[in-house]
Design a protein around this ligand. Structure first.
Ligand code: 26Q
Length: 755
């Protein structure tokens, strides 16, 4: 018994049934604190710091209750008093401290690190406002600040503080912490978020995401940078990065000393995994601290740091690789600029005739990845294909120098959040069929025995149906959106980017709309659901959102089509929405242009929840296809080799494809009178023009094949027994994508922590 009723009486002087959701949320937060107080921590000599500019942790209440093993008990006690845990969950503000995949991966990794009992913390920044809240107005994306820091909060203030020496001033940091509770109380780690006392929301221009960019002391941790793959406000980003890494480096050194390090042996005590290049300044910062605070020679400092830092690459998009003019770094942190120049000199001396590997190029631009590769001991990609592309193409020059540094760590997801917390019915089903061992060791292959059991297939179908009803209710309640739970649920959710090809699916929607207009009525109605945010500076991505919203309206208002096809773009897609959407999906859209998606992790979440994947041979899709077999996935499109070749030879011809008679009328529909009557001319024309003249991410190259495949998929759906059997195989084979497996590999190959 948790005595929630008693606690409510004591704290609020009222019975649970009269307490507000907000009050119950507060009560449960205290309960978690009480229950976790006694959890052990791992005090091993060696400790891992996962330094990341993003931790997209999502809401914490259910996850913490689940990991403490009291979720069901709490749910039942609340239900007894007429309270629903789902409604209490809605009282929690979601911390959206990440843009997308990279931030969410960091959150899954924290969960797995604690669950495996390893000594490892996350280190990042305490943004006062997370990624902007997306609102749709006139079928356009708009922006609202996302204030997540309301009381009560999981965030605890500490007394820890460090001095960060910028060029123009010195700032004192403040450390905040969020506890990370391992599953079944294995160990407790921390997410450590640095902040500044002087930062203030007062400089935000009224309910917007605009603020005074010059006022560093007041804005440094105010916002998470929303621009993935874009370059604006360079200087502020460098300020943020340096503030983050200076704190992380000082914290790691301080704690190593406390555990007995004499600094010369720092690498025995500390391993720092950097999440992409965003924290790469930690390399010169560590060197600065060793040289100036610990009197170690420059050369020895470089050698020490080389054994401390390991780098994960998450992108092959050239435009997302961080490069900063040395002037900017000089302005923000002159000592760091000087150290980078010394590091560059070392490299130039060693490789005078290999300018591709220099740290500072001929335009005086610093290549962050080059620092991380030369002065770290490990470089990893995030899926098998991605790592191969890094070695053979993108980072070939480095692979030739350091073949042993390169390794692959295929991404994973935590099953605690993405199955146990978000899909309780499927969890229960798996427990009944194969027992609960998989909670510790994510092997679900025993489920394959159920493939020929009609009863099991039937149950699985019913679970999917219930999850569709649950999604429909959730969307009705929270977003005023109605969907048909008896339709095929087909989902494309992720950041909006041309390479992810939301626009290709939109062209399919146009195809389907026209087909229905011509009398080809699908047997089962289809609901296509999108979700995702576009970076504010990414014009074409905004245009793609506009196209989809406009199509959605056109279809909804057309009585010939709307009973058979619905298109919904879910506003403000985030972790919480994903938790409802993914369990309800029949079809998972993973249709990026081959070679461009480093891994993808949504693909894994859908597979685990029994959706069938429509996939290009990209990122971890390749590994999913290998695991489930071609008969249990729908693959299509040009290979990554072919795409890489097209780019190298500059041989892609968008215009030529456009003149294909099957394609032209679909693309031209973007600027049709019907659509322009609803939408905005400028957006639609710009997108149309971009697709026919440039189409840099090749939406047209796989379109015909995609359309044919989509038709086949919907047809296959009609045989529910076969379909569900395929879904079962997908679930059964998803064990490989547990982030526990990923973290074990990081630990075996890179971190080498004792547990
Ligand atoms: C860079 C420079 C300036 C401003 C912002 C940025 C920036 C910010 C965020 C660049 C990239 C990101 C985020 C990248 C990201 O989320 N990558 C995704 O990482 C996932 C986890 O490994 C992969 O599954 C996805 O394939 C990859 O796209």
């Amino acid at each position: 018994m948790l005595n929630l009723e008693e606690k409510a009486k004591k704290q609020f002087n009222k019975s649970l049934k009269d307490a507000s959701e907000q009050e119950i949320y507060k009560l449960l937060l205290d309960l978690v604190e009480e229950k976790s107080a006694a959890m052990p921590t791992n005090e091993s000599k060696r400790k891992m710091y996962y330094v990341s500019s993003e931790f997209l942790i999502g809401k914490l209440l259910s996850n913490n209750l689940l990991n403490l093993g009291i979720y069901d008990e709490v749910k039942e006690e609340l239900a007894k008093h007429g309270k629903s845990i789902e409604e209490v969950e809605e009282a929690e503000q979601e911390p959206s401290l990440g843009n997308g995949g990279l931030g969410r991966l960091a959150a899954c990794f924290l969960d797995s690190t604690a669950t495996l009992g390893l000594n490892g913390d996350g280190v990042g920044l305490n943004y006062h406002f997370g990624l902007f809240r997306q609102v749709f107005e006139n079928n356009q994306q708009n922006y609202r600040p996302d204030a997540w820091l309301a009381e009560p909060t999981w965030l605890n203030k500490t007394d820890t503080s460090f001095t960060v020496p910028f060029g123009k001033f010195t700032l004192e940091s403040k450390l905040y912490e969020i506890e990370v509770l391992g599953y079944q109380q294995k160990t407790k780690n921390k997410l450590r978020l640095f902040d500044l006392e002087s930062v203030s929301g007062d400089i935000i221009k009224e309910d917007s995401i605009h603020f005074d960019k010059e006022n560093i002391k007041e804005n440094l941790t105010l916002f998470l940078y929303p621009d993935d793959s874009d370059r604006q406000g360079y200087l502020l980003r460098i300020y943020q990065q340096y503030f983050m890494v200076s704190n992380a480096a000082q914290l790691a050194i301080q704690e190593a000393v406390e555990r007995g390090s004499n600094i010369h042996d720092l690498a025995e005590y500390v391993i720092i995994q950097i999440n992409d290049t965003h924290p790469a300044f930690i390399i010169p910062e560590l060197i600065r601290l060793l040289v100036y605070k610990h009197d170690i020679s420059f050369d020895e400092s470089v050698e020490i740091v080389k054994n401390v830092v390991a780098f994960t690459n998450h992108t092959i998009l050239a435009e997302a690789l961080e490069k900063w003019p040395i002037d900017y770094i000089q302005e923000v942190a002159p000592e760091i600029a000087a150290i980078i120049q010394r590091l560059d000199a070392l490299i130039k001396e060693e490789y005078p005739h290999n300018p591709a590997v220099h740290v500072i190029d001929g335009h005086q631009t610093v290549h962050m990845a080059h620092i991380a590769i030369h002065f770290g001991f490990s470089v990893n990609g995030v899926s098998a294909l991605h790592t191969e592309i890094l070695k053979e193409t993108e980072l070939k020059n480095f692979y030739e120098i350091y073949p042993n540094k390169f390794n692959n760590k295929t991404n994973g997801i935590t099953f605690r959040r993405w199955l146990m917390a978000s899909n309780p019915m499927l969890t229960e089903f798996i427990d009944q069929k194969i027992g609960t061992n998989w909670h510790q060791d994510a092997d679900l292959t025993k489920l394959l025995d159920e493939a020929n059991d009609e009863q099991s297939i039937q149950e699985l179908q019913e679970i999917k149906q219930s999850n569709k009803v649950r999604l429909a209710n959730h969307l009705e309640r929270t977003k005023d959106v109605s969907i048909n739970p008896n339709s095929i649920i087909d989902i494309h959710i992720k950041r909006i980017h041309e390479y992810k090809r939301q626009q290709m699916l939109a062209l399919y929607i146009i195809y389907k709309y026209k087909a229905i207009k011509d009398g080809h009525i699908p047997e089962t109605p289809i609901t296509i659901i999108y979700g995702g945010k576009a970076a504010p500076a990414y014009t074409i991505a905004q245009d793609i959102i506009h196209l989809i919203l406009t199509l959605s309206e056109l279809i909804a208002n057309d009585p010939d089509v709307s009973p058979h096809l619905q298109v919904e773009f879910i506003e403000n897609y985030n972790v919480g929405e994903a938790e409802y959407l993914i369990p309800a999906a029949d079809i998972s859209e993973q249709i990026s242009l081959a070679s461009k998606e480093a891994s993808g992790t949504g693909n894994m979440k859908f597979m685990l929840n029994g959706a069938l994947t429509v996939a290009t041979y990209d990122g971890a899709n390749v590994e999913i296809a290998e695991l489930v077999g071609e008969e249990n996935i729908y693959t299509f499109g040009k290979s990554s080799d072919e795409i890489v070749r097209l780019y190298e030879e500059d041989a892609y011809d968008a215009e030529g494809l456009y003149y294909n008679e099957k394609i032209k009328h679909l693309v031209d529909f973007i600027i049709s009178d019907e659509l322009k009557a609803i939408g905005n001319q400028e957006n639609l024309h710009r997108l149309h023009h971009d697709i026919i003249s440039k189409d840099y991410f090749m939406a047209l190259i796989d379109l015909e094949e995609f359309i044919n495949l989509k038709e086949e998929v919907y047809e296959d759906y009609e045989n529910q027994e076969d379909w569900t059997r395929k879904a079962l195989v997908n679930i059964a084979k998803a064990g490989f994508f547990s982030s526990d497996r990923t973290i074990e590999q990081y630990n075996d190959d890179i971190w080498k922590l004792e547990n």
